[in-house]
Design a protein around this ligand. Structure first.
Ligand code: MN
Length: 200
């Protein structure tokens, strides 16, 4: 069984003017698709063939890990964006206020970490085992599943995510990324995580 490139949940031009159709096209159809293709090549005939993406991320390393995590990370990134106006659930809002003070402070901390992340990587909002939220800046393909953290939201700060539209101005990309966050997706991830951890 091979992994397939997810379908984008919107048109390539849906995120204009904050992320151009050209960026989405390169990012999705070249970079993201490339990770899927490479992962399929690497797992062929290996112990990871037929395993879930989550299993591969938790149990592999090097090339297989990098490509599996990049597939997961990009799936998560695209689902976390929306041109439609969305709002955090009451539960998510109250947890953000509890753990970061207020939404504005959370935004500042998240974007500051994303701006400061050296080189390529991802910034995540995660739910920890102790049920607290935190912001994790992870390098390259690294992924919160490896650390027993549940992903709620991610931002791609690899240059390919913004260089066509923003050149070197990562901070400008991040300000506009914030306007595109699909808070329903984030809230749904939290609700699902709470159900799963309650049942565990
Ligand atoms: Mn990317």
């Amino acid at each position: 069984m091979k992994f397939e490139l997810m379908s984008l949940p919107y048109e390539e031009n849906a995120l204009v003017p904050y992320i151009s159709a050209e960026t989405v096209s390169y990012h999705y159809a070249k970079h993201h698709a490339g990770y899927v293709k490479k992962l399929n090549t690497l797992i062929e005939g290996s112990e990871f063939f037929g395993k879930s993406l989550e299993f591969i991320i938790k149990n592999s390393k090097d090339g297989i890990f990098n490509n599996a995590a990049q597939v997961f990370n990009h799936d998560f990134y695209w689902h976390g964006l929306s041109a439609e106006s969305t709002a955090p659930s009451a539960k998510l809002s109250s947890m953000i206020e509890r753990d970061f003070g207020c939404m504005e402070e959370f935004k500042k901390l998240f974007l500051d970490k994303a701006t400061a992340l050296f080189g390529s990587g991802w910034v995540w909002l995660v739910l920890n085992q102790d049920k607290k939220l935190s912001i994790e800046a992870l390098a390259n393909a690294d992924n919160p599943l490896k650390y027993e953290k549940i992903a709620l939201l991610t931002c791609d700060v690899w240059e390919h995510a913004y260089y066509i539209d923003y050149r070197n101005a990562r901070a400008d990309y991040l300000q506009n990324y914030w306007k595109l966050i699909n808070w329903k997706f984030v809230s749904d991830n939290l609700a699902e995580a709470e159900v799963n951890t309650t049942n565990a």
